[in-house]
Write a protein that binds this ligand. Structure first.
Ligand code: IMP
Length: 426
């Protein structure tokens, strides 16, 4: 399969890193195309868990080219730290990493703006990861105060920083925010980052277009999940990029017609971090049990994740939106021991039953989930290596999800290790 896209179909944290890591064996290039250091991917290798944020999950295979494409917002300090940590573990990061000269750069003012907006919004706060993601994308769209990776190597970089610091300073002063920005210090700091990142900076758009024309095997690695998509997610409780499948062409520069397979990643239940409606949330013992068993705490922010039953209305919407033609069902083992399991198959809204996902958060807050109850299983399933080895009830649960979403479940994960993955089709 020359060009494959892996995309989370829920609110992020679907354990995409594990699947991407497994699929990299069949690909030559792995591409991050949106988001930034708000993402947290965990890849478990030989019993050791690696937390990746900006780095594409293909980095563990030295023959794979990892690309941070134009649609990503880059925090240079965070990427450099990741590179150093990986190198410390003997992972090679050299010409196998390419960073787009078109990607936008996150600066200290973006962190301040993230904090300020969160405070101003009070109870309505989005609950961002505070990584400056939204403010950086805002500057990208606003254009005048944006800095792209390539700008850090231009002769006017210092003046650009000075000009932006002046403009931002005026805004902070008008908001009576106590923020001091030192243009010279920021310039020196970022000049240092630019120097260290220079060997990796490239025109990744041209690189990827050449690669697809040469029919090289490419894997697009989505960050966050499709329900957090800026255009199609649970707006405004979303991230600032296209985190559904539609983001891959825009963020990478590779036309959508080249993407031959989209693998939608879903957890066997739902989780969410930050604010926003979550119809199947279980703010009770069941949610707590899933959180503990699934270790549902943020990779990046360590926040406890909100947990609930599998929402097939939401996942069907994002599976269709992302063009998912196969599904990977993750963390099935977390549900072991629950006597019965619920799947939300429809919403009731104002006396009407619907399978469509509402556009407005107020409506999503008001929906009543319609549940189907399935029997659970008591066995531990971490050792299962085929569908046949799963308990009958687990197989039924998996099959029902595939049926409701209209895509086959081709991969089932029953534990964090690479070996705990079932690949055979139903
Ligand atoms: P931001 O991306 O930091 O602006 O945060 C916006 C929303 O997206 C918040 O609810 C975050 O918790 C959520 N979010 C951002 N990145 C991730 C992720 O990688 N996994 C899960 N949620 C995320």
């Amino acid at each position: 399969m020359p060009v494959t896209c892996v995309v989370g179909l829920q609110w992020g944290d679907e354990a995409k890193g594990k699947i991407v890591d497994l699929l990299t064996a069949e690909h030559e290039i792995v591409v991050r195309y949106q988001g930034g250091a708000n993402a947290g991917h965990t890849v478990v290798r030989e019993g050791k868990a690696y937390k990746l944020s900006l780095m594409p999950s293909g980095v563990f295979r030295p023959d794979v080219r990892c690309v941070i494409a134009a649609g990503v917002v880059l925090n240079p300090a965070s990427l450099l730290e990741e590179i150093e940590t990986l190198r410390g573990h003997g992972v090679r990061v050299a010409d196998n990493l390419l960073i787009s000269d078109r990607a936008h750069v996150i600066f200290p003012w973006h962190f301040e703006e993230d904090r300020l907006l969160d405070r101003q919004c009070g109870a309505e706060a989005i609950g961002t990861t505070m990584r400056g993601i939204g403010p950086c994308y805002r500057d990208k769209v606003g254009r005048a105060l944006a800095v792209r990776v390539g700008d850090m190597y231009r002769a006017d970089f210092r003046e650009r920083i000075e000009r932006i610091v002046r403009a931002k300073g005026e805004v902070f002063a008008a908001l009576a925010a106590e923020v001091t920005l030192d243009a010279e210090k920021i310039y020196e700091e970022y000049r240092g980052y630019a120097e260290r990142l220079a060997p990796h900076v490239a025109d990744t758009t041209a690189f990827l277009l050449d690669a697809v024309e040469a029919e090289r095997k490419i894997l697009f690695e989505g960050a966050q999940g499709a329900l957090l998509d800026i255009d199609h997610g649970t707006f405004p409780y979303v991230t600032s990029s296209n985190s559904s499948g539609v983001g891959a062409p825009a963020g990478s520069g590779v036309p959508g017609r080249y993407v031959e397979k989209v693998i939608g990643i879903i957890k066997a239940y739902n989780t969410r971090v930050g604010g926003g409606p979550f119809p199947t949330e279980q703010d009770n013992d069941i949610g707590e049990r899933i959180r503990r068993r699934g270790n549902e705490y943020g990779t990046v922010t360590k926040r406890p994740r909100r947990c609930g039953w599998f929402d097939a209305v939401a996942a069907r919407y994002t599976a269709r939106l992302s063009g998912a033609d196969a599904l990977a069902l993750m963390l099935l083992d977390v549900l072991s021991g629950l006597p019965e399991l619920k799947i939300c198959t429809a919403y009731e809204l104002d006396g009407h039953r619907t399978r469509d996902f509402p556009a407005h958060v107020d409506d999503l807050r008001r929906v009543e989930p319609v549940y189907e109850t399935l029997p659970g299983w008591s066995e531990e399933i971490g050792e299962a290596t085929s569908f046949d080895a799963l308990p009958d009830t687990a197989r039924r649960y998996v099959a029902r999800i595939g049926q409701l979403l209209g895509s086959p479940v081709e991969i089932v994960s029953v534990g964090p290790d690479r070996k705990q993955t079932i690949f055979d089709k139903q």
